[in-house]
Design a protein around this ligand. Structure first.
Ligand SMILES: *Cc1c(COP(=O)(O)O)cnc(C)c1O
Length: 387
């Protein structure tokens, strides 16, 4: 992990990492240390007052929606589906180009994942392909706001309304993104559908120092149900009305998040500034396509993801690597081609856009502590690349 100022022999800039959690911590260290110390002094490690306090901050951030914290983003998705009472065999529509968690909980609950391809420009679920997948067994659509930008929510919500389906937003990568509707009103990611699920994994846009997650909803009754499910299915201690799970955000993480959420505006701006820099410098390069920006939603750039064309991705990554520039591939295999999610009759060729993207996407370093020297260096090296 990045040790701040240390310089590489070959590198004239500060060591570059995909995320710089160390640098981010250093910049808010006194506040964080104090918050952690307060929890240590109280020893209220589970359900300490900081948990409710952070839920209040989360609710305020999401325009007053109910907010319930839990153990991680995957749990949030599972709890949402349990709270909505889905039954084995029910079908859930989701994009095939996403992190596995989205499909995993569906499979674990005995529900049926119904995959849909994504759009090449936005990387998000292709709305035009959703309606043909709806059957009498469909109960929900799960848009994933990939890389930090909301899916096409206005048409998606219209399809859901027409077909009486729930919408569960997976906004683990889009915390803070805001979607503007045709009538001019706008809503935060997570608050547009029935319920929203997010993650506070350390590298996420709002990350804690361990695992964490949350659900947000404007439906008060559903929020109560979520709270109950996440707490062993009990409303009153030792009285279990339903089968639940044990999933909670611990007090230390809540205390850390309640500090970090105060800085989220600055974090968002610094990510967008990195993306703007990359866009400006890389837009003319013919062997790559910079990420498209939607007119309807702010992009909070959890990832800055390029599409390569006509160059070998492994070779390009090796070249970057030899110049001390890290890169990542999110995700190398779409879900329908993963061993665990293969289904007869749904093989290679079923989702051509996702398959193509899996072969050509590459994400560059983007985080809240990047400086212009690092960015200039990365862009210069990319411009110098000869396939
Ligand atoms: C990170 C992530 C999750 C899961 O979050 P965890 O907290 O790691 O369980 C779910 N969906 C997407 C799209 C994610 O990026």
């Amino acid at each position: 992990m990045g040790m701040g100022k240390e310089k590489f022999k070959s590198l004239s800039v500060k060591k570059i990492s995909m995320v710089d959690l160390h640098g981010q911590y250093q910049n808010i260290k006194p506040e964080i240390d104090q918050a952690i110390q307060r929890v240590l002094d109280s020893t209220a490690f589970i359900k300490g007052p900081q948990v409710a306090q952070f839920e209040k901050s989360l609710s305020d951030f999401h325009g007053g929606a109910q907010a319930i914290t839990c153990g991680n983003g995957t749990d949030a998705l599972q709890i949402a589906m349990m709270a909505l009472g889905f039954k084995p065999g029910d079908e859930i529509i989701l994009p095939v180009f996403t992190y596995v968690a989205t499909a995993e909980v569906i499979a674990l609950l005995g529900l049926k994942p119904i995959f849909v391809d994504v759009k090449k420009d936005s990387f998000n679920i292709d709305i035009d392909q959703v309606e043909s997948k709806i059957t009498p067994k469909t109960v929900a659509i799960v848009p994933v706001h990939l890389y930090g930008q909301c899916a096409d929510m206005e048409p998606l919500l219209a399809i859901a309304r027409k077909n009486k389906l729930h919408v569960i937003e997976d906004y683990a990568q889009a915390f803070g993104s805001e979607y503007t509707f045709k009538n001019g009103s706008s809503k935060k990611a997570g608050t547009m559908g029935t319920i929203g699920c997010t993650s506070f994994f350390p590298s996420k846009n709002l990350g804690c120092y361990g695992d964490g997650g949350a659900l947000v909803t404007n439906d008060y009754q559903l929020a109560e149900k979520v709270r109950m499910i996440a707490n062993h299915g009990q409303r009153i201690k030792y009285y279990h009305d339903e089968v639940g799970v044990n999933s909670r955000l611990d007090t230390l993480q809540a205390a850390i998040l309640d500090i970090k959420i105060k800085h989220i505006g600055r974090y968002e701006k610094s990510r967008q500034a990195v993306a703007d820099f990359y866009d400006q410098e890389l837009k003319e390069i013919t062997f790559l396509t910079i990420p498209a920006r939607s007119f309807d939603a702010t992009h909070v750039f959890h990832q800055y993801t390029l599409q390569l064309e006509g160059v070998d991705r492994d070779q390009f990554r090796n070249y970057l690597d030899s110049n001390e520039i890290p890169s990542m591939v999110y995700y190398p295999v779409p879900l329908h081609l993963q061993k665990a999610y293969q289904k007869t009759g749904v093989g290679k060729g079923a989702f051509p856009v996702s398959e193509k993207l899996s072969d050509c996407v590459i994400s560059l370093p983007i985080h809240t502590e990047m400086d212009n020297d690092q960015l200039s260096y990365i862009c210069k090296k990319i411009k110098e690349y000869k396939a």
